[in-house]
Write a protein that binds this ligand. Sequence first.
Ligand code: ADP
Ligand code: ADP
Ligand code: ZN
Length: 214
Amino acid sequence: MNLILFGPPGAGKGTQAKKLAETYSIPHISTGDILRDNVQKGTELGLEAKKYMDSGELVPDDVLIGLIKVRLSEPDANHGYLLDGYPRTKPQADALTDILEKISKPIDYVLNIDVQDEELVRRLSNRRICNSCGASYHLEFNPPKTNANCDSCEGKLYQRDDDKEEVILQRLSVYKKQTQPLIKYYDDQNILVTIDGKGQVEDIFNKITNILND
Ligand code: ADP
Ligand code: ADP
Ligand code: ZN
């Protein structure tokens, strides 16, 4: 299965991706997770990316295109992939088309998770992330068993620097300007499916698997 999870910040991409990757045994490739990992380790890429991430801007296309090219050439992607957070611009989408053509791994579906702004802000402002496995929690909607540690790996939970109100609003605005236009790009290729992302995590997951198993 070759999938892209698409949608605004806070739509639930990461949450659904973890479950889908497990169900279909495909690697969950989250560019946000890869970048945060680099920031944490203090790599050159991390140092370069951090200033954009903290202000809610996109990291430059050439950086992301290089990163995704390398990641998709790793052996686990031979069995399929689940992209989360990439592509976010037209140049990134065009580059992806080229890469996938070369490795003969065309996209099966672009799953577009649709959620209203007000709900996105609510979700992002109380999100907590595991510093070890990247799992995403919500203090109210999807609470961890304890407020400090991850249920599945016991990693430490933290709040992302960019999940602060002003940065959240900036990210939503960047999404609308630079990323949302890709909905039409993929709809024109007849591979886009839009899923209503409001409701229980499990119900949304079932809607997605029904589409994929069809
Ligand atoms: P994204 O990867 O699209 O930014 P996440 O998966 O990190 O989104 O989810 C954003 C926040 O919303 C997290 O705090 C997560 O626990 C919560 N969340 C995810 N899915 C739902 C849902 N269906 N209903 C309520 N909250 C959700
Ligand atoms: P979200 O939960 O908002 O969907 P991500 O974890 O996917 O966030 O991304 C966090 C930040 O990492 C983005 O605001 C951006 O700065 C950077 N980033 C991640 N993926 C990309 C990408 N494909 N292109 C440019 N920047 C990216
Ligand atoms: Zn964890």
